[in-house]
Design a protein around this ligand. Structure first.
Ligand SMILES: [Zn+2]
Length: 316
């Protein structure tokens, strides 16, 4: 499937007064599954609106591509990670987007994306903004969701395990920016990690996350894509509902990083276990817990995270 060369993947407007749902995908350029999911969702939406007399929609929804330059090259980023470095205000980004000069690839993407979101907010005249940022991981395993600041209730609405504390370990994320930026309306945001980059079921999982997002927002009645819903429930069900980050291993140079094979998201690991080699040294697991986002690609600075459960009270 060809990737979009344009920022806007799709747009749909229903009745006035509802929220604007903003779907973003491809903030990392080697994660196209979210874009395929957004396209599939808009196809479904247009089909429903033209063929189903009972269909209704309150508010607007738009899908935007993140790092267009990196998506064209199928790399996580060209120069710097677009999911880091969001340290300026929305007003700063808009000012630069209007007269761009001497920008790096990702800086240009950053300014253009911020301007595109503001444009959509103005176009929609919405009363609130709900942002779902779709990602995939280099390792396989179960899906999970990450809440933006003050967005826990929305994130739990995605019906996937929720990982708290991730943003404390990652400064300047897109999620942090979109929740704190002054859009003129209140905003909630969550990131959704839909599975392994190239696994076709990651697209199904992202579609399900979009549907849960729409249900949470209350924009439409009884929308669903039944064939992949059961698989989504199955991949979410065995896990604890809420977990928190206990540890992050920082990697300066991913070219020197070699994760040992066989780990996936939510692999159970124990203190003392050998997890990887970095610069020729064994990396030893510092505590018991669940492994998250083990790094199996040549770009990125997070070797792995270890998370533990909250809901069960078990301190792994
Ligand atoms: Zn990502």
């Amino acid at each position: 499937m060809e990737l979009s060369q344009h920022r806007v993947i799709g747009r749909f407007a229903g009745g006035n007064g509802g929220p604007l749902i903003l779907l973003t995908a491809g903030i990392h350029g080697n994660e196209p599954a979210g874009i395929y999911a957004i396209r599939r969702f808009f196809d479904f939406l247009h089909q429903q609106s033209s063929q189903n007399p009972a269909f209704s929609w309150q508010g607007s929804i738009v899908g935007l591509c993140g790092n267009l330059s990196a998506l064209r090259l199928n790399v996580r980023y060209v120069g710097t990670d677009l999911n880091r470095g969001w340290h300026r205000t929305l007003a700063d980004y808009i000012a630069v987007a209007e007269s761009p000069q001497d920008l790096s690839v990702e800086e240009a993407e950053r300014y253009q994306l911020a301007a595109a979101i503001l444009e959509e907010v103005r176009l929609s005249a919405a009363s609130s903004l709900i942002i779902l940022d779709l990602h995939t991981t280099s390792a396989g395993g179960a899906v999970f969701a990450v809440p933006g600041p003050d967005s826990l209730d929305f994130t739990m609405g995605l019906q996937a395990p929720v990982i708290k504390g991730l943003l404390d370990n990652l400064k300047g994320t897109f999620l942090e920016f979109v929740c704190s930026a002054d859009w003129g309306i209140p905003a909630q945001a969550a990131a959704f990690e839909g599975g392994q980059h190239d696994d076709p079921s990651s697209v199904d999982n992202c579609v399900q996350a979009i549907l849960h997002c729409c249900r949470f927002a209350g924009v439409s009645h009884a929308i669903g894509v039944k064939d992949s819903e059961d698989a989504y429930v199955a991949i979410c069900q065995p896990l604890e509902k809420m977990l928190e980050v206990r540890y992050r291993y920082h990697v300066d140079d991913a070219a020197e990083w070699q994760m040992h094979p066989g780990f996936v998201n939510f692999s159970v690991v124990v203190s003392g276990e050998k997890l990887a080699t970095y610069r020729g040294e064994e990396v030893i697991c510092p505590m018991d817990g669940y492994l998250l986002m083990p790094l199996y690609q040549r770009q990125g600075h997070d070797g792995f995270f270890i998370v533990g459960g909250l809901a069960s009270g078990i301190h792994l």
